[in-house]
Design a protein around this ligand. Structure first.
Ligand code: MN
Length: 129
């Protein structure tokens, strides 16, 4: 199941995109990438991924606002969104969940943990559809 899953990664930082791409491709996921909110919405117009990994700090529209927008868009509202947040402060986690995120992964990304974190979210959130 999970190794056929399509994941959309929304991230403005090229180093993070390179790192996550390397990890997810080696696990056999189909990976889509967007560098900003506009590009993410274009992709979501055509493809419904099984999971969205959402960077929070982005220029233009940040990850909170984009998450709220996706969760209010008919046809997209059931796609699980996992926030990637550099902030470990409690307020930040709460803000991601308030925006509609289904969970979060802490930055910096732990390369040994990322695959199992994503697998966990795909398994636990799949039943919602
Ligand atoms: Mn960023």
């Amino acid at each position: 199941m999970s190794n056929n899953a399509t994941i959309l990664y929304v991230e403005d930082n090229i180093d993070n995109r390179t790192l996550v791409r390397r990890i997810l491709m080696s696990e056999g996921y189909d990976l889509l990438e967007a560098t900003d909110a506009a590009q993410a919405m274009e992709i979501l117009n055509e493809t419904k991924p099984n999971l969205i990994l959402m960077d929070i700090n982005m220029p233009d529209m940040d990850g909170y606002s984009l998450t709220s927008k996706i969760k209010k868009t008919p046809g997209l509202e059931y796609i699980p969104i996992i926030a990637l947040t550099a902030n470990v402060m409690r307020g930040d986690r709460e803000r991601s969940l308030e925006a509609g995120c289904d969970g979060y992964i802490q930055k910096p990304i732990d390369i040994d943990l990322l695959s199992s974190q994503i697998e966990h979210f795909l398994r636990s959130l799949d039943g919602r559809h």
